[in-house]
Design a protein around this ligand. Structure first.
Ligand code: HEC
Length: 202
C-alpha cells in the first residue's frame, strides 16, 4: 500500500510538471488565452461559416474543426491576419484574432491531454485500457504494457486502440506476463506519449 502511494505521489508530481509546462507554453503565445464567447459572436457577424461550412465542417474554405491539433494559436492567428485569397482580410484587432483562435480551437474539445483509465485499477493477468480524448480520437493511437528488467524496458508490443460506444474513448486489452511494477504506455498523434505506472498483483 505504501509503495502504491509513492507511485501515486510521483504521478501527481509528473502531472503538475506537465501542467506548468503547458502553462508556460500558453503564456509565450500572444494569441492563446482569448475569449471564446466573444469569438463566437464575431464569427456569427462575419459570415465565416458561409465559406467554411455550417459548424466549420468544410466548404469553399477548409474544415476548421480540430485546427488546434494541426496549428499553434500563433499559426491560426497568422492565417486570419494574413489570409490567402479568396479568404478576405477582415482587419481584425489582435484581441479579436485571439478571441477567434480561442473559439476555433475549442470546436473539437481543445488540446487537453487524454485521460487514461485502467480497469480493474489493480489487475493481475490482464487489464482493459480506456483512453478518453477531449475531441475526436486520433486514428493512430496505440498501447503497450512494459516492464523494466535491469536497464532494459521490455514491452509486450504495441496494440492499436479500438473504437468504443463512447465516441471520445478508445480501448484495448493489455496482458501482464508476471506480477511487478509495469508501465502502461499510450502513444497517439505525432509522437505524444502518456505513461501510467501500474502495480500488477501476482
Ligand atoms: C470568402 C470565403 C471565406 C470566408 C468568408 C472566410 N474564409 Fe477562412 N478561408 C477561406 C479559404 C478558401 C481558406 C484557405 C486558404 C488557403 O488556400 O490557404 C481559408 C482559410 C482559413 C484558415 C486557415 C485554415 C487552415 O487549415 O490553414 C482559418 C483559420 C480561417 N480561414 C478562418 C476564418 C474565419 C475565422 C473566418 C471569419 C472571420 C473566415 N475564415 C472567413 C475562405 C473563407
Amino acid at each position: 500500500m505504501r509503495r502504491f502511494l509513492v507511485v501515486l505521489a510521483a504521478a501527481a508530481a509528473t502531472a503538475l510538471a506537465a501542467l506548468s509546462v503547458a502553462h508556460a507554453h500558453a503564456a509565450s503565445d500572444p494569441y492563446s488565452g482569448g475569449d471564446a464567447a466573444s469569438g463566437a459572436k464575431l464569427i456569427q457577424s462575419s459570415g465565416c461559416e458561409g465559406c467554411h461550412g455550417a459548424g466549420f465542417t468544410g466548404g469553399l474554405g477548409p474544415k476548421l474543426i480540430g485546427i488546434e491539433k494541426r496549428l499553434t494559436p500563433a499559426q491560426i492567428a497568422a492565417k486570419i491576419k494574413s489570409p490567402a485569397p479568396p479568404m478576405p482580410n477582415f482587419g481584425f484587432t489582435d484581441k479579436q484574432v485571439a478571441d477567434l483562435v480561442a473559439y476555433l480551437s475549442g470546436l473539437d474539445g481543445g488540446t487537453g491531454k487524454p485521460v487514461v483509465k485502467i480497469v480493474p485499477p489493480q489487475p493481475s493477468g490482464e487489464a482493459m485500457v480506456l483512453v478518453t480524448f477531449t475531441g475526436t480520437p486520433p486514428g493512430d493511437a496505440q498501447v503497450q504494457a512494459s516492464m523494466k528488467m535491469g536497464t532494459m524496458q521490455h514491452g509486450t508490443g504495441w496494440t492499436p486502440l479500438q473504437k468504443t460506444a463512447d465516441p471520445h474513448t478508445l480501448a484495448a486489452k493489455v496482458f501482464f506476463a508476471m506480477a511487478g511494477e509495469w508501465t502502461v504506455q499510450v502513444r497517439y498523434g505525432s509522437g505524444q506519449e502518456i505513461d501510467v505506472p501500474l502495480n500488477v498483483d501476482g
